[in-house]
Design a protein around this ligand. Structure first.
Ligand code: 2BA
Length: 112
């Protein structure tokens, strides 16, 4: 195996995880799944760590694009008021995903 030199970090919705991971593995990629929580919605999501060679980063993007959908979510937020006062709930509609992706350079890759 050639050493990966890019780390793709992809934050995706939980509904898209099983099919996306199957597709990545089927196409020969290695992936680690982390259970994470979005800061805004405070709801569960999934972060994938995918170490790859630079030349296949675009292929990974298109696998993610093929398997991750955008969804509208209705939720209730609480308005911030002065401490000790009541919080007022108000509805918001939020568009999530398909995926939020970061690509980092890998300085070194060691397996012991
Ligand atoms: P959450 O932080 O729970 O955000 C869920 C969705 O809420 C976001 O979808 C966006 O549509 C909306 N949202 C987030 N922050 C907002 C704000 N301050 N005001 C109004 N609306 C806001 P996505 O943008 O698709 O993000 C999905 C998840 O990806 C996020 O979940 C977070 O876990 C992660 N994420 C997105 N951008 C990030 C970033 N720059 N750094 C780290 N994580 C990020």
């Amino acid at each position: 195996m050639q050493k990966p030199n890019k780390l793709v970090i992809a934050i995706i919705q939980e509904q898209d995880v099983p099919i996306l991971i199957d597709d990545l593995i089927e196409k020969g990629h290695r992936v680690t799944r982390l259970a994470t929580t979005g800061g805004f919605l405070k709801a569960g999501n999934t972060t994938l760590l995918i170490g790859v060679r630079e030349e296949v980063v675009d292929e990974v993007f298109s696998i993610i694009e093929d398997n991750c959908r955008t969804r509208e979510v209705r939720t209730t937020m609480l308005s911030g008021t002065v401490p000790g006062d009541a919080f007022l709930p108000y509805p918001v509609e939020v568009r999530i995903g398909g995926a939020t992706i970061f690509v980092l350079d890998i300085d070194d890759f060691i397996q012991i």
